[in-house]
Design a protein around this ligand. Structure first.
Ligand SMILES: [Zn+2]
Length: 495
């Protein structure tokens, strides 16, 4: 229904849980593994047995700080661990170790890429803190529900944003870019299928009608584990809240408060769960078994030095410095080792524009076919650089480059050698090409006739003859030379 007199502004914030890519759990030495036999990756610490003492995983802390730095947060010089108490079958200790009032990182921002010319959108980060994951209830057992505690104690980084996102689309772009960031930093695999990233958007609306502003109740949608579920759930909440408010103007935050919902993917809608616990329900208190963490300036400096150039700036630099278009830069930068390989090849005197095209056209294709990345194809930067130079210099055609690239995957020789050995180089022998042109003209009198009629038919016939010449030369005739000679024979000499 049209609501032209209304101004509606969605207000969306996010909580994101990112599983850190450590070998062992957050406070014990059990391995973090997906898909093992239930309850085989557990010990007295993550089972919460009496007397067991947790010890912080240094690597997890390091990874969390690197993300904090990448999100331009202030890193706390002093941080501690708190117990968050709640009772749930998958939480063996009846509390979760988390960080309450002193998170390890706070007050940062994350930039989203903008359309050409526009400034990047800045999404403010309230805080990022470490905590341990719970176990998992398994409902499909014969005879009832079981609990698998293999996941209990897995390190999670929770990132909380200000409600700066303005649409379902932007919420999903944020999630996608954040996934790129954490994989880029090498601190998480960001694999959704393994539930390594989970999203909890909180959504409400600012609705202005006849100069009065209404704020709808904030709905927090729990535990979304795909970009699509995130986008659909936020879009659904925006529609639902507007409709509910339209029927009842008392449907506002002050009167209703906050609500928690779950997303019912199969029904395409959210479902209200219990009302949100107040903070004091969790009875946070400092964990007496864990030492607070003091962050040393020298160590923090070393972490800062380890921070790579971030995807958004690298993409912009690839466009600026190497003349790539946005899609090319986006594709190459998405995987850090691939972007490194690209720059290494440029260092090896690659023809930049050709290399960019070849990355997108066929190196990416080979990577996709092998279900891997360009960097993992095993083709060295020097050889990629050489192939791009040969193409740019006209020694081989673009199509032949693609053929040679295919050979390079299992042939360690330099591309020039492969081209020579297999007779793939373009011919520099003009009279040889001329002979192929003559042959093509003699053998294709119908096309020659079509060419002379002029118009569309003529262009088509010309392209056909050109293709015949290249075929006769087995790909060795330089396309530009074929064009020139063919035109000369057909037009100037009257065929
Ligand atoms: Zn354990």
């Amino acid at each position: 229904m049209p609501r032209r007199s209304l101004q509606v502004r969605p207000i969306v914030g996010m909580e994101i849980h990112v599983q850190l890519n450590t070998r062992s759990k957050m406070f014990c030495r059990c391995p973090v593994e997906f898909g093992s036999e239930p309850n085989t990756r557990v010990c007295p610490v993550c089972l919460g047995l009496p007397g067991a003492l947790p010890v912080m995983n240094q690597k997890a802390f390091e990874y969390a700080v690197i993300v904090g730095l990448a999100l331009r947060c202030q890193i706390s010089r002093f941080t501690k661990w708190d117990r968050k108490s709640y009772f749930y079958p998958d939480l063996p200790k009846n509390y979760q170790i988390s960080q309450y009032d002193l998170p390890l990182a706070a007050g940062g921002y994350f930039e989203l890429p903008a359309d050409k010319g526009a400034r990047p959108r800045r999404i403010r980060i309230i805080r990022a803190h470490l905590e341990e994951d719970a176990g998992k209830n398994v409902h499909d057992l014969a005879g009832g529900t079981g609990v698998d505690l293999n996941r209990a104690g897995t390190p999670l980084l929770e990132i909380v944003t200000e409600p700066d996102l303005v649409s379902a689309e932007e919420a999903s772009i944020f999630a996608i870019e954040l996934q790129k960031l954490v994989t880029y930093l090498g601190v998480s695999e960001g694999n959704m299928q393994k539930a390594q990233m989970r999203f909890e958007p909180n959504v409400n609306l600012s609705i202005t009608e006849k100069g009065t502003e209404y704020r709808t109740p904030i709905a927090e949608v729990k535990n979304l584990n795909s970009f699509r579920a995130l986008r659909d759930a936020v879009a659904y909440e925006i529609r639902r809240q507007l409709d509910t408010w339209a029927q009842d103007h008392d449907y506002v935050l002050d009167k209703v408060g906050k609500v928690n919902c779950g997303w019912r993917e199969e029904l395409g809608r959210t479902e209200i769960q219990r009302t949100k616990e107040e903070v004091h329900d969790y009875r946070y208190f400092p964990d007496p078994d864990l030492m607070p963490v003091r962050v040393d300036e020298g160590w923090l400096g070393r972490m800062q030095d380890r921070l790579p150039e971030l995807p958004i700036s690298r993409r912009a630099r690839f466009v600026r410095e190497y003349g790539l278009n946005t899609a090319e830069a986006d594709m190459i930068v998405a995987d850090r080792p691939t972007a490194d390989l690209f720059e290494e090849a440029i260092g090896e005197r690659a023809d930049t524009a050709t290399l960019g095209r070849q990355f997108v056209n066929f190196w990416a294709k080979h990577a996709n076919e092998g279900d891997t990345t360009i960097a993992s194809l095993g083709v060295e930067a020097t050889r990629m650089a050489e192939l791009s130079r040969m193409t740019a210099a006209g020694v081989i055609s673009a199509t032949t480059a693609q053929t040679i690239a295919g050979r390079m995957l299992c042939d360690p020789r330099p591309p020039a050698e492969i081209a020579r050995a297999e007779g793939l180089e373009l011919s520099r022998d003009v009279s040889a090409v001329e002979r192929f042109v003559d042959q093509a003209i003699t053998e294709n009198s119908k096309a020659v006739g079509d060419f002379k009629t002029g118009g569309k038919k003529s262009e088509k016939a010309f392209r056909y003859l050109q293709g015949r010449v290249i075929q006769l030369s087995r790909g060795s005739a330089p396309p530009q030379l074929v064009k020139t000679l063919l035109r000369k024979k057909l037009v100037d000499e009257g065929g």
